[in-house]
Design a protein around this ligand. Structure first.
Ligand SMILES: Cc1cc2nc3c(=O)[nH]c(=O)nc-3n(C[C@H](O)[C@H](O)[C@H](O)COP(=O)(O)OP(=O)(O)OC[C@H]3O[C@@H](n4cnc5c(N)ncnc54)[C@H](O)[C@@H]3O)c2cc1C
Ligand code: FES
Ligand code: FES
Length: 479
């Protein structure tokens, strides 16, 4: 067991002993950096993952012996989550040499395109563009826009930022590429042991195992611990509700839970795969899943939020859930010595409640391959296209033979306390002709089948109308 956290910052290993430093282990990376006079460029705007002012880049060893660079919202990341990784902030971008300071291509282009005014958002934008630079040499406009969805700028406007992104990415290898080997050696030194982190302070205990058996052992030993995977839901309990989470079990370091396998029958997603990884995997394999993930949070959120976390939250507006219902996905949960496989519909047992027991973890999401002839679709209706929570979401499945509906599933989010299928409407449709007339009759049933809440996002009647209209949209897109 280790009781300190180590990571690379400014090309050196930093070690934090939380007891000596008087910090609780769930100190966010943002608050840690803000306390360091050399890294005050990182800003706090919202403390809830919405503005991107706190964006940093985290580099970690990838599978090909190189470093992977990802932009994250540092306000949602607890320090032990970056154990064994490199933190890069805006202060690290420029190269400081004998000849003076040489701006990084993304900084240089922000200057040349006049991409900044008040400057509050600029460090976060520079970091998002830096991650883009490291991952794309010739990004499309769509990729650039996706990169910037998690960075709000109230004054400059996005056109100069898009131009800066196009131009900066044309630049060749930067000083980070030249130093990658050195950083890799430092990170290997930290990661060699893979011993569980056990950080015990007066007010908080934080456990970070690196293997599944160890995580399951701790899960059994600490049944009251709050499990975190990406922490994009849980961190808000601390940053917004000011809750103290006395015991945390952090499963973000477990490689066994980050795998993807494809068998003859199934697509098997590790529960700790990030939603950005799931988005990439599903691109050709499950386009409807890829589609809903393109409008899920922002890139910074998807780079850390996990599929298991979206299911574990059991939110009525969890965006992957209606489609997982339509896909007939199964959830695998494990405890030390046993495992269960549960259909996702049964797994969600109530408002923000799941069937997972105190000694279990969600380990896999098993999606049966879709037989030929089955159509799948997903929809998200929200006030803004990007970085917004769904007002209504949907996952639909349809199979017809000779124009007759053989199989239909219409699952909705935002219409009840849990994601829910429109069973009465499905019953009405089965065996009927898939025609506009039938669908218009079905729309009346969908409209009356749910009793959604009215809240800040929408009134109940609006939600009912949207749900009915989505069925019509589905019809028009399938004929
Ligand atoms: C700015 C912002 C935008 C967002 N946008 C969206 C959006 O567009 N759509 C949407 O659906 N959600 C959105 N969310 C919510 C959140 O990002 C998602 O629910 C995300 O999938 C949670 O994943 P996570 O790994 O971060 O979960 P965590 O916060 O780590 O965990 C969430 C819950 O799941 C449990 N859990 C996690 N993993 C496991 C496991 N393996 N076994 C058992 N329990 C587990 C945790 O104990 C906790 O109760 C957003 C959040 C933020 C802050
Ligand atoms: S402070 Fe706004 S996203 Fe982190
Ligand atoms: S330059 Fe002012 S918020 Fe972006």
């Amino acid at each position: 067991m280790h009781n300190t956290v180590r990571f690379v910052l400014d090309d050196k290993i930093v070690e934090i002993d939380f007891t000596k430093a008087g910090l609780k282990p769930s100190t966010t990376v943002l608050n840690y950096l803000r306390s360091n006079p050399l890294h005050k460029g990182v800003k706090e705007g919202c403390a809830e993952g919405d503005c991107g002012a706190c964006t940093i880049v985290v580099a970690e060893p990838g599978n090909n012996g190189d470093l992977l660079y990802k932009a994250l919202d540092s306000c949602l990341v607890f320090l032990p989550m970056i154990h064994g990784k490199q933190i890069i902030t805006v202060e690290n971008l420029a190269e400081k040499g004998k000849a003076g300071i040489l701006l990084h291509p993304v900084q240089q282009m922000l200057v040349e395109t006049n991409g900044t005014q008040c400057g509050y958002c600029t460090p976060g934008i520079a970091m998002s563009l830096f991650a883009l630079f490291k991952n794309h040499s010739s990004p499309s406009r769509e990729v650039i826009e996706e990169t910037l969805t998690g960075n709000l700028c109230r004054c400059t406007g996005y056109q100069p930022l898009i131009e800066a992104a196009f131009e900066a990415c044309k630049g060749g290898p930067d000083h980070f590429s030249r130093r990658e080997k050195k950083v890799m050696t430092l990170l290997e030194g930290i990661n060699s042991g893979r011993e569980t982190l056990e950080i015990l302070t007066e007010s908080q205990s934080y456990y970070k195992p690196f293997t599944l058996p160890e995580a399951l052992r701790l899960r059994k030993e600490k049944p009251g611990a709050v499990v975190i995977s990406g922490s994009t839901d849980v961190a808000l309990r601390q940053t917004k509700k000011r809750e103290l989470l006395p015991v945390i079990l952090d499963i973000s370091g477990i490689e066994e839970m980050k795998s993807f396998t494809e068998t003859d029958r199934d697509l098997v997603f590790g529960a700790a795969l990030t939603l950005e990884q799931v988005k990439e995997i599903s691109d050709k394999r499950i386009p409807a899943l890829n589609k809903i993930l393109r409008v899920f949070g922002s890139l910074q959120i998807r780079n850390i939020a996990t599929l298991g976390g979206n299911i574990g939250s059991a939110s009525p507006i969890g965006d992957t859930l209606p489609l997982l219902f339509a896909l007939k996905a199964n959830i695998k949960v494990c405890s030390s010595g046993s495992e269960r496989i549960i259909p996702v519909e049964e797994f969600i047992t109530g408002y923000r409640k799941t069937d997972v027991r105190d000694d279990e973890l969600i380990t896999e999401v098993i999606v049966p391959k879709t037989p030929d002839g089955v159509i799948l679709e997903s929809y998200k209706v929200s006030k803004r296209r990007n970085l917004d929570i769904s007002t209504v979401s949907a996952g639909f499945r349809l199979k017809t033979r000779d124009g007759i509906i053989e199989e239909i599933a219409l699952a909705f989010g935002g219409m009840a306390a849990t994601p829910k299928r429109a069973l009465k409407t499905e019953q009405f449709l089965e065996g009927k002709k898939w025609t506009r007339g039938t669908v218009q009759d079905a729309m009346k049933i969908v409209h009356d089948e749910f009793s959604p809440l009215s809240d800040a996002r929408a009134g109940a009647e609006f939600r009912k109308t949207v749900a009915a209209n989505l069925v019509l949209k589905f019809y028009s897109e399938t004929t």
